[in-house]
Design a protein around this ligand. Sequence first.
Ligand SMILES: [Fe+2]
Ligand SMILES: [Fe+2]
Ligand SMILES: [Fe+2]
Length: 421
Amino acid sequence: MSSFNINPINLMHTLTMALDLAVDGVSMHQQRTAVICRYLAEEIGIGAAEQQSLLGAALMHDIGAAPYYEERRLLLDPSRGCDEEFVFRHAEEGYRLLLNLGCLSHAAEAVRYHHDHWTGGNPSGLSGTNIPLASRIIHVADRAEILLRKHCLDPDRCGPVCADLLKETPVSLEPSLVDALMACSKRECFWLDMTNNTYIAGFHNKMDWGHTPFTARDLLDVAGLYSIIIDRTSRFTATHSRSVSRVAALLADAYGFSKHEVYQVRVAGLLHDLGKLSVPNSILEKPGKLEADETRVMRQHTYYTYRILEQIEQMENVACWAAYHHETLDGSGYPFHIRGDQLPLGSRIMAVADIFVALSENRPYRKAMDADEAEKILRGMVRADKISGRVTGMIMDLRDKATDIVRDSDIQMLEAFGAAS
Ligand SMILES: [Fe+2]
Ligand SMILES: [Fe+2]
Ligand SMILES: [Fe+2]
């Protein structure tokens, strides 16, 4: 585990995709915002070290909005817009998420003020150059990205984009940064980059970021951060990912997985529902049965979990173990319809851990089940050739410990809310 290292910017760039997921695909808002920030940084001539932390913050700037699907959509919709309370709230929530995460805390401040108006009147009390430079740059880049998409990323519509930006300049945006953006927009490469999704998706690859590599501990912390975001998408799953992670690790350990593999199972458990950020909260929280089109949307979550996690270096197993948790032994699961022996043991473990934890939690349409009721359902699924009989036997042998994990997570969450209120 000590030899483990990972490029932080690659990891953040990859996971950022999850923050831009929606029913109709990936918007790439944050990645494109980061590219615009890079143009601005070079135009005004800021140093390499400052650029690195600016781009890191730009890639995560809307992280506080991630659990709130509808509001997140409104933030990116220039024709409807979002209410000002949420605009400042998501910046503050992003700051709080990042602040205590050692390896990402450097981005917290820039995220906190990325909607502060240049002329003041902000909850922070800041104005002008008292607002951190990185926040001011992200603010301009964020607005530019939204307006560029409003005008269909069309270089011939450069005029309207600039006019819209200038309209916001007297109050909201720093005039000299808007001027810098105007200068960038006069270069053909700017528009070609904006419309080149391959470049946007890989712009960071050729850059020498000079960051200290992330350790295994850092990756676990980042996965923990994302698990909080995923679990905030519904009040019924406030601790789900953390519990699945711990129950799956308990099973993997009992199976004799190596220390490194148990570590990977923990990361996979924390991130198994990452793709749920593509599903509207109204579907995630629906009390009744889902309609066919809602089921289709719900089912896309493991597809995105896989497509995002498969891009993380040195984490080959994590993508499979995390994303195959709705695959079944008879091949009727989703989204890949992997069957029988093709389903790795780590994925079978994750599937059983996920079902056990879900049954042990309250849902909008039923109360939490005890271990006996959960066993009946799990055994039925074994008979139907959906999940592994061996893994189910193992979790039943460990039922007291597994039940304690789910209950402890609940208590920790209640304590955290109690302390916050
Ligand atoms: Fe924002
Ligand atoms: Fe944004
Ligand atoms: Fe799931």
